[in-house]
Design a protein around this ligand. Structure first.
Ligand SMILES: CC(C)(COP(=O)(O)OP(=O)(O)OC[C@H]1O[C@@H](n2cnc3c(N)ncnc32)[C@H](O)[C@@H]1OP(=O)(O)O)[C@@H](O)C(=O)NCCC(=O)NCCS
Length: 130
């Protein structure tokens, strides 16, 4: 069964987290995991970092931790993420944590008045364990 908080005995579906640097506790980004379907044990992850801290491996470290949390604590079977096809960095993060590209979603997001495509990536529990 998905993780239950001891206090509320209620299934929590959303975990939105700040990412801080260990050495000075400075917030450098945010990330999160969302249980999108309890029945199908499916969730999705997302992240965003301060530009001053890009290309240092922080997004990969955070995404890896989210996936581990999803499989080991939330009992998920499948975790997915989407990113803009132009977002090379995000595609690389998702590939580096073991996700596979499953598709190209056409005009699935309306952003600032324009339709935007997305790549769909996912990893399954047995792929994570391997
Ligand atoms: C996408 C994002 C989270 C990546 O964060 P990051 O901390 O720089 O990522 P990492 O340092 O873990 O890098 C992962 C890979 O992407 C590469 N990369 C990072 N920025 C890049 C860029 N601008 N262009 C090309 N590759 C890039 C890194 O070199 C690394 O690849 P490598 O290991 O082969 O060298 C960050 O750019 C960001 O916050 N962007 C704005 C918000 C966003 O796009 N969020 C994701 C929505 S899907």
């Amino acid at each position: 069964m998905p993780f239950k908080t001891k206090e509320k005995k209620k299934e929590r579906k959303e975990y939105i987290l700040g990412v801080v640097l260990k050495e000075n506790n400075k917030i450098i980004g945010g990330c999160g995991i969302n249980v999108s379907s309890l029945i199908n044990q499916e969730g999705w992850i997302g992240y965003c970092f301060n530009k001053d801290y890009w290309k240092k491996g922080f997004a990969t470290e955070a995404a890896k931790a989210l996936v581990e949390f999803g499989f080991t604590k939330l009992d998920l079977h499948r975790i997915y993420a989407t990113c803009d096809p132009k977002n090379i960095a995000s595609s690389k993060v998702l590939e580096k944590i073991g996700m596979k590209k499953e598709g190209h979603l056409r005009e699935n997001k309306l952003q600032k008045g324009s339709w935007r495509d997305s790549y769909l990536y996912a990893i399954l529990e047995h792929e994570f364990k391997r």
